[in-house]
Design a protein around this ligand. Sequence first.
Ligand code: GDP
Length: 364
Amino acid sequence: GFKAGIVGLPNVGKSTLFNALTETAAAQAANYPFCTIEPNVGEVAVPDPRLDQLAVLGKSAEIIPTRLTFVDIAGLVRGASKGEGLGNQFLANIREVDAIVHVVRCFEDGDVTHVEGKIDPTADIETIETELMLADMDSLEKRIEPLQKRIRGNDKEAKESLPLVQAALALLREGKPARLTERREEDEKLFQSLALMTAKPVLYVCNVDEGAAAEGNSLSAKVEERAKAEGAKSVVISAKIESEIAVLPNEERKEFLETLGLAEPGLNRMIRAGYDLLGLLTYFTVGPKEARAWTITKGMRAPQAAGVIHTDFEKGFIRAETIAYADYVKLGGESGARDAGKLRLEGKEYIVADGDVMHFRFAN
Ligand code: GDP
């Protein structure tokens, strides 16, 4: 599955947010199959109203949403790349995630100490980014000599790797993240294999006070501006509110959200933004037993998408009966869509679209 790592300076609200996420997941356990959670790893359902709609039309007995994993990565402080705090341990944790959720303190509270002595989200972001850049530089510098050695032995992959390593290193030395490294499409895999932390997509989560949860504040506005300039994403959340919502019974949630002027929990927005950030999309399978959402990456073809359900589906793929979500709903379900000629037979080359309702035909 796909993993997002939650990072940020101490005392910015990471644990509060992470606990809200896992409590929400636990509260959903009655409706959704619930997976085991390690202390710092939580799996949450990706909220998707389309799935509920499909389950109604398909008269499905069960609803199974798709899931996303969050990892709470503690211990990131100034000097971490040089072994301060939890040092290398947390760096190893970050290397393993697909995307980074960076929590930034955008609330004032005299009772909560700020490790850097003042509330300044831009400076906080730079502190964290500097540590990640230093760690990336360190790991790249260590690669150069072994690569040169392999090149002398005529290693083809090393020859392709070295220029990427050098380009990324040059950027980092200018104080820029490795994600800006110019590269050819065919080098993408090799580049990803470098597992650079500043090459991972980032979602900034602005943790604001209760009063600012709907609109944000001047601090979160600064973060948003920065995110835009970097091509990153940002969401405004109040971790405190989220932790209160998480423990409310379902019936009381809506009313509580309304009094705060919120359409839905901020966590839903955060989960969806994380999903987007990872370049993920959802297709559905609908039947009397269950309506289920499946996660794939953008650009995936039908056989690979089928392989997410079962490897046999990919190996023996024949075709995919496909109905666009909008057609499925407009025409009242599968038979209506079929009668209207909106059930398409798609082959091996078909690139699955977000919201497709699919039925795979395969041979064993
Ligand atoms: P972490 O070190 O980043 O995991 O931060 P915590 O989640 O442990 O939060 C640090 C402190 O800040 C705790 O006392 C929280 O109750 C408090 N806190 C978290 N979010 C908010 C918020 O939105 N507003 C206020 N006033 N306090 C918060």
